[in-house]
Design a protein around this ligand. Structure first.
Ligand code: MTE
Ligand code: MO
Length: 305
């Protein structure tokens, strides 16, 4: 009998996923999408024929919540969870506007009641060369786009993290231009893989993971998945992200995971899966090529990094 999740990952804290829900989420991805990159291919007799007989091993809840990048708190990954524990993520409002017909401000409960919250198991590849597999809870960004009705001139989405140096000690340093900003083309934002996440491992997001709401775009380097979002603007010019402003020769707008385009200071051909030994091959678009490559037809991915 094959388990979708290693029994060693199942603890009292993270038994969250009924087999039924898991199969639902596995089916959502049409199998190949989440499974092709699998480094621990498993076979078994328990798996329906329409779902490939392999899966991803989840990164442990402990690693997902204690090894974090959230520069608003600190640049020390294993300190983020300690420094963020008193972060006030409620009440919270996310304002969506700009070039839209229906500007909308919603609280987190509004999001949860208006949109279908699904589980999405995605690989996350940090530009630094490590990766995780995380069971997110969230809803398709596309459903918010439908709600606000972008005007024809809207070409990009520009996302902003809360600016509040009292909550975020890191924002008192002027090494970065705060607040954290990220962007997507509207076509990217409409791709079904792009979600706004409100939770992981079956529970609400903890502060260190971007409570109460953050973006998840699994085919791009992790830094695109902006945390603790307060604003989404639909705009007609390409947004300048925090990372583009900080180091334009190192971080471009697209930031698609690409083993063939090295970071100026290191190779991107392999990655270290947190909690596992050794290094594994990094895949183009982080393994989601089938789902997203149409977005980049005719684009030189080395120039548009
Ligand atoms: N606002 C904000 N969002 C952010 C970051 C950050 O420092 N600030 N770090 C990014 C980076 S580099 C990564 S790899 C992921 C990490 O997400 P996780 O800690 O939830 O795994 O969040 C991204 N989103
Ligand atoms: Mo990252």
């Amino acid at each position: 009998m094959t388990k979708k999740i290693r029994s060693s990952e199942i603890t009292s804290e993270n038994v969250y996923l009924s087999r039924r829900n898991f199969m639902k989420s596995a089916a959502l991805f049409g199998g190949a999408a989440i499974l092709a990159a699998c480094t621990n291919v498993k076979t078994g007799d328990e798996i329906p024929t329409d779902v490939p007989n392999s899966t991803l091993d989840l990164t442990s809840l402990d690693n997902v919540t204690k090894y974090n990048n959230f520069y608003e708190f600190t640049t020390t990954k294993d300190e983020v969870h300690k420094l963020s524990k008193d972060f006030q993520s409620s009440p919270w409002q996310l304002k969506s506007g700009g070039l839209v017909n229906n500007p909308t401000t919603l609280g987190i409960d509004d999001f949860k009641s208006s949109f279908d919250i699904e589980e999405r198991i995605y690989r996350m590849r940090c530009v630094e060369g490590w990766s995780m597999v995380i069971p997110w809870l969230g809803f398709s960004l596309n459903s918010l786009i439908d709600l606000v009705e972008p005007k024809a001139e809207a070409k990009y989405l520009r996302f902003e993290t809360l600016y509040d140096p009292e909550e975020f000690p890191g924002q008192e340093t002027d090494y970065f231009k705060w607040p954290y900003v990220e962007g997507l083309t509207i076509e990217e934002a409409m791709n079904d893989l792009a979600i706004l996440s409100t939770g992981l491992y079956g529970n609400d997001l903890l502060p260190q993971n971007g409570a109460p709401i953050r973006l998840v775009v699994p085919w791009k380097y992790g830094f695109k998945s902006i945390k603790s979002i307060v604003k989404i603007d639909f705009v007609d010019v390409m947004p300048t992200s925090l990372w583009m402003a900080a180091a334009p020769n190192e971080y471009g707008f697209y930031a698609n995971v690409n083993p063939d385009v090295d970071h100026p200071r290191w190779s991107q051909t392999t990655e270290r899966r947190i909690g596992e030994g050794g290094r594994i091959a990094t895949q183009i678009f982080n393994g989601y090529e089938q789902e997203v490559s149409y977005l980049y037809n005719g684009l030189d991915l080395a120039k548009n990094f």
